[in-house]
Design a protein around this ligand. Structure first.
Ligand code: GLN
Ligand code: ZN
Length: 761
């Protein structure tokens, strides 16, 4: 019999119940006992969903109150001393590590959190001491959750992050210099102890995740697998060695031969199947990840079954498991909550609760033969066909336009020196021009009016009037502050991607399809369902109004094609480059329309450009950079030379990425920089970067107001590497999460600092 398995289930619950409970706990509104009870209720509910779906192998320890990697660190005794001595109990220490703690005399910032591979989930990076020791917690969560499920009558497969990945994904703590992988030998006994405890509790198999296998690994990390898995084999427990988000062909030699099972992601990389099968030990089982854990599309049963069948042909039914490609953490809870979706497109989707049913159906189809699930297969084929042939998927006009793109569509009319001269003539900006990144505080009043409008409690005319008043107020404030290039403040935008998605053909929206981004924070990405086009201008009305009430140049504000793509659920039936190109063409029209409406400066934000970078270096990365840069250029170069194009990036690690940013050919770049070393800006001198740059002069993530002196010092450091005539003065990012009071104070100091240097030079 071919078993079905799920690698992990989302934790938030149908209505983001976990978010509500943790936030209520942090706010002191519910007790710790209440929080734990709610978490337990959710775990049981999620196990039950999978059991009822007929899944054979149900995971446990995939749950976390904040982050599963952080919890593993705590259970292994990897708690930096500054948290261990805070006097907090275990749960509060865990939250303090995850999100910082500022209460009762304790003032501890959070640990570093970074993206989990190329997903939008963030994990807390394990931080090791030079003299790190490891000690298993008395009641490790993995064991507790296994017992909890067992008590409910479900024998689960616990999930543990494997030793090599755990170390490789960590770092030395502040001021420490330990190479994490060198801690392997000290760490392994803790794994042996944990696995043994799980075995004693009744676990038959354990999912041990080693996702780092999909990366380019240093030799030291590669060499760690052999000793690690020899040691873990001594426990005698059947381990499912699991990888996802990429192929493992380049690291295939380190996959343990005598392991019980190996899981691979066959949604992303079906072509790795043959190599992986060839490398399996004589008894090793293949766990075939054929149901996508990263996207919301219904599984194509025919294709998935073909893949599984080809594995069965080589290995036999007993040596194949049908599984999700990765944990379903990256998918929303259930499609059943989406009452407003057009039934035509709703039929194309499958969220976590539906995907677990798919896994069971595919396993049944290959075990008993297609007749056993005939109805499901037929319905699926019908749905696949409907999607492939739908008018919502295919727009011949869009394809036609794409086919007509020519090389000159990617270039500005003139080179930068000529452009900037024309722009300067028009804009007449002082040295060290000041500007902001786009959004101004999104006050509760804005949210109230938007909600009223969405609910139909106020008319469109009333809402538009309100937005106009907000814009006018923003302009007035900028005039008072003495900024040089204004923004309208984005009061009409709920979210920088959703706002555009709602105005483009080819997008669908959900009401409850939240996915966890980090801790209690969830995002609700819009879904690209078909060819994208722009039925009408999207931002011109607001920008035009802003120009009409402003005495200074007004910057139009758009979200770039790659960011729109990355922060949506993309289509899985056409390459992402095609979707980016369609978004670019739609934005190109918007850029040109803004220009026609008298907007002389247009900023196209690409904060997600870097995160789209493929996990491994080489061809995939080069290809990505090529199409991503092209998409940005296609979107922005339709303007006259005298129109100034800006772009913005919210990440400071642009050094290795610099060539891509430079290739965008934007006239002005604003980049997050206030928290990093200004020396990093050296790359601009070294590369003789010719265009303008505005490295952020203060951090906008905190309400703290930077002093004028601090900003001056920052500018001074920047001037070491950036020529005065190239330097713009701006904050790190948009100000929408800030309050007005601190925003005005900070910007006053920023403008004064710029004025000081203006006089000096
Ligand atoms: N223009 C956007 C804003 O100011 C940019 C946001 C971002 O870079 N994440 O909010
Ligand atoms: Zn930003």
């Amino acid at each position: 019999m071919v078993q079905s398995a799920v690698l992990g289930f989302p934790r938030m619950g149908r209505l983001r119940d976990l978010k509500k409970a943790t936030e209520a706990y942090w706010a002191g509104k519910i007790s710790q006992a209440d929080l734990l009870a709610e978490a337990k209720r959710l775990r049981l509910e999620h196990w039950k969903i999978q059991k009822d779906a007929g899944v054979d192998v149900i995971p446990s320890n995939d749950f976390a109150l904040y982050d599963q990697v952080l919890k593993q660190s705590q259970d292994f005794g990897v708690v930096p001393p500054r948290y261990a001595t805070s006097g907090l109990d275990d749960i509060d220490t865990y939250f303090a590590m995850g999100r910082g703690h500022q209460k009762g005399g304790v003032d501890q910032p959070a640990m570093e959190m970074v993206k989990w591979f190329d997903s939008n989930y963030h994990y807390v990076k394990p931080a090791f001491q030079d003299n790190q020791t490891f000690k298993l917690a008395e009641n490790p969560k993995a064991v507790e959750e296994f017992l909890e499920a067992k008590e409910a009558g479900i024998i689960t497969r616990p999930v543990v992050l494997g030793p090599v990945s755990y170390l490789h994904l960590g770092k030395p703590d502040h001021d420490q210099s330990v190479d994490p992988i060198s801690l392997l030998e000290k760490l392994l006994p803790v794994y042996v102890e944990l696995i043994t405890k799980l075995k004693e509790a009744g676990a038959q198999t354990i999912q041990i995740d080693e996702p780092v296998l999909v990366l380019d690994l240093p030799e030291k990390a590669k060499a760690a697998f052999k000793p690690a898995y020899e040691k873990l084999a001594s426990t005698g427990v059947d381990l499912v060695f699991s990888t996802y988000f990429g192929d493992i062909v380049h690291n295939i030699e380190v996959v343990p031969k005598d392991i019980y099972a190996v899981h691979v992601d066959l949604v992303r990389n079906p072509e790795q199947l043959e190599t992986v099968i060839g490398a399996l030990g004589p008894k090793t089982i293949l766990s075939a990840g054929v149901v996508d854990g990263r996207n919301i599309w219904k599984t194509n049963f025919k294709r998935a079954i073909e893949i599984v069948e080809s594995a069965i042909q080589k290995l036999g039914k007993e040596r194949v498991i049908v599984a999700t490609s990765s944990s379903l953490l990256h998918t929303p809870h259930t499609l059943a909550s989406e009452k407003k979706l057009d039934p035509e497109v709703a039929d194309w989707f499958s969220f976590a609760s539906e995907k677990v049913v798919e896994v069971a159906i595919i396993a049944k189809a290959v075990t008993e033969g297609p007749a056993a699930v005939r109805d499901a297969l037929e319905a699926n084929a019908k749905s696949m066909n409907a999607r492939a042939t739908s008018k919502r998927t295919n727009d011949p006009a869009v394809k036609e336009r794409q086919s007509k793109i020519v090389a000159s569509d990617y270039n500005r009319k003139s080179e930068f020196p000529s452009r900037i001269a024309q722009q300067q003539k028009k804009l007449n900006l002082p040295l060290f021009p000041t500007t902001t990144i786009g959004s101004f505080p999104q006050t509760s009043e804005i949210r109230i009016q938007r909600a009223k409008f969405t609910k139909g409690e106020i008319t469109e005319a009333q809402y538009d009037k309100f937005i106009e008043q907000e814009i006018e107020m923003n302009v007035k404030i900028q005039e008072e502050l003495g900024l040089d290039v204004f923004v309208h403040g984005e009061p009409e935008r709920n979210d920088m991607v959703q706002y555009f998605g709602e105005r483009l053909n080819g997008y669908a929206f959900t009401t409850h399809a939240w996915v966890q981004s980090y801790g209690s924070r969830c995002v609700r990405p819009p879904i690209i369902v078909g060819d994208i086009s722009r039925p009408a201008p999207m931002t011109v009305k607001e920008s035009k109004y802003a120009v009409s009430v402003s005495s200074k140049p007004m910057k139009g504000m758009l979200t770039g094609p790659v960011t729109c793509l990355r922060w949506s659920f993309p289509r899985d039936d056409v390459h992402q480059s095609v979707q980016a190109e369609q978004l670019a063409l739609a934005l190109r029209d918007e850029v040109v329309d803004l220009e026609k409406a008298g907007i002389d400066v247009i900023q196209v934000d690409e904060p997600a450009l870097r995160e789209g970078l493929p996990l491994r270096s080489g061809k995939a990365r080069d290809d990505y950079l090529k199409w991503a840069v092209n998409a940005f250029k296609l979107a922005t170069v339709g303007v006259e030379d005298a129109t100034q194009i800006h772009s913005h990036f919210c990440y400071s690690e642009f050094q290795d990425f610099f060539h891509a940013i430079a290739a965008l050919d934007a006239d002005v770049l604003s980049i997050e920089n206030s928290k990093s070393d200004a020396k990093l800006l050296k790359v601009f001198v070294d590369s003789e970067y010719p265009r303008h740059i505005g490295p952020g002069v203060y951090d906008i993530h905190s309400p703290r107001v930077p002093s004028e002196q601090e900003i001056k010092e920052r500018i001074e450091q920047m001037l070491v590497n950036i020529k005065p005539e190239q330097l713009w003065i701006d904050p790190d990012c948009g100000l929408k999460t800030r309050q007005w009071k601190e925003t005005k104070e900070a910007l006053t100091n920023m403008v004064n600092a710029a004025k000081y240097y203006r006089q000096k030079y």
